[in-house]
Structures are given as C-alpha cells and as structure tokens.
Design a binder for this molecule. Structure first.
Ligand code: GCO
Length: 264
C-alpha cells in the first residue's frame, strides 16, 4: 500500500476560494499529489486567471470557474458546467469564507447574516449539489474548512465563531448522512496562519501578534503550506474510514491553556 494510500492522481478536486491564501495552498498540495484542480473565486476573473497561471507554472492541471458560493442557482449551474467540461467532482474543499471583526453589540444584523451566509450556508449549498454524483458513484471526499473558532470564542469575531462552530456540526451531520455512501466528510481547523485574512493582526508589535506567538506552543504563525499534508490525507484513500472529524492544524493552541507572557 505505502504511498499509494495518498495518491489522488486523476481525481477532480473543487476548492472554493482557491485564488489565494489557505485555499490556494491546499489546492496546490492536492494538485502536486496528482489531482486536477477546479479553481473557484468570485471577486474577479483576473484573479482566477492569475491563479490558474500560477497552478500551471507548477505543472498542475487547473481550470477556473467564477461563481458566488452563496447563490444556489449559480452553484448549480457551475457544478453542471464543471461536470460537463471536466468531469464528476471527487473531492470538494469548502474553503471560501469571510470574517468581520466587530463587537457583537455593535454589529449590524446584515453583517452578521453575511458571515453566516458565506461561512456556513455556502458549504451546505455547494455540498448539496456536489454530493449527488458522489452518492450515485458511492465515492467522495468533502472537507470543510473550520477554524479555532469552531471550538473557542474570541472578542469581535462572534459571527465568524457562530458560523465556524456551526460548520463543525454540519460536518458531523454530513458524515452521519453520507458515510453509508462511502463518502467521507471531515474538516480541517487551521490555527493562526500568515494569510491576507490575518495581515492586520499579524503586524510585529501588534498585541494580537504577541498574543498568538505566546499562546501557540510552536511559537509561530502557521505557513499555509503546513495544511497541504492534512488536505491530501483527508482527500485520499488513507482516510477512507475517517468520518466527521475536524483535524486541527494549529501549532498546539488547542492542546494548552497557554503560559504567562514572561515564562520561557
Ligand atoms: C481572528 C483570525 C482567526 C483565524 C482563523 C483561526 O481574527 O481570530 O482571523 O479567525 O483567521 O480562523 O482558526
């Protein structure tokens, strides 16, 4: 068996929000492991084209589709187009997400709803339309990108925590309903990573940057490439009997209550 357990050559992987950040890093990992990557974004065709150029520069087979993951009509049309032009989707990574950092008492309801819509409802929408062919084929892999906020709260990210906490339970329920069809649904919970989403709170000397470096046993921000191995594992035969689990790639944050800032 050996490395063939992790071989996903020829598999078709849709990664939502894969024009940058963690989505791109995970898609790159799957692509280097042999999968054909379906790149998704909704901001601009230019960003999708730039991402495709990057993937292809690495020798990865990739094609881009611009659609809004919160719009069920657009998602249904895109999935049908992908299946016609490329083939049936074997691996789905629900990665697209947003965050709004506002104290709950100040947060507009519309902003709260938008975070829930993108981070929680869209994984349901995309999975609902991808899973149909997986059920028919009795095979599939769905990976929902959760968060430390699937387990812990933090000031100003209440909407995001509600969404990511819900996504953890949605992952468990998808696993409950679809495991009988040989579809493995799991999640990845990234700790704190160096991406555009954390640019503002990662500045040297910023209190939050100091907090994370002290709170993380590995004493560093994660590199997006640290997620590729877990993505390949959950997308391959190596995880065929793993269902409903969130694998935290967090440098040890969830393992500890932390230490006083003056302790080495
Ligand atoms: C924040 C961060 C986190 C990380 C990640 C942690 O404001 O606390 O943006 O939400 O992005 O989700 O798992």
């Amino acid at each position: 068996m050996g490395l063939s357990l992790f071989d996903i050559t020829g598999r078709i992987a849709l990664v939502t929000g894969s024009t940058h950040g963690l989505g791109m890093a995970m898609a790159e990992g799957l692509g280097k492991a042999g999968a054909t990557i379906i790149v998704n974004g909704n901001s601009s065709q230019k960003k999708i084209d730039q991402a495709i150029k990057y993937y292809k520069s690495l020798g990865i087979k990739a094609k881009g589709y611009k659609f809004d993951v919160t719009d069920e009509v657009a998602v249904k049309e895109a999935i049908e187009k992908i299946q016609t032009e490329i083939g049936l989707i074997d691996i789905l990574i629900n990665n697209a997400g947003i965050i709004k950092r506002t104290p709950l008492e100040e947060m507009e309801v519309a902003d709260f709803r938008e975070v829930i819509d993108v981070d929680l409802v869209s994984p349901f929408i995309v999975s609902k339309h991808v899973v149909k062919s997986m059920i028919n084929r009795k095979q599939g892999k769905i990976i929902n990108i959760c968060s430390m906020m699937s387990e812990l709260g933090r000031n100003t990210v209440g909407a995001y925590a509600a969404a990511k906490g819900g996504l953890k339970m949605l992952t468990q329920n998808m696993a409950t309903e679809w495991a009988r069809h040989n579809i493995q649904v799991n999640g990845i919970g990234p700790g704190y990573f160096a991406t555009s989403q954390t640019d503002l709170i990662r500045v040297e000397g910023h209190p939050f940057n100091e907090f994370i470096l002290n709170r993380t046993p590995a004493a560093k921000w994660g590199d997006p490439n640290d997620l590729a191995g877990t993505a390949i594992y959950l997308a391959s035969k190596a995880s065929d009997f793993v269902n409903g689990h969130i694998v935290y790639v967090d440098g040890g944050i969830l393992a500890t209550i932390g230490k006083p800032s003056n302790e080495v």
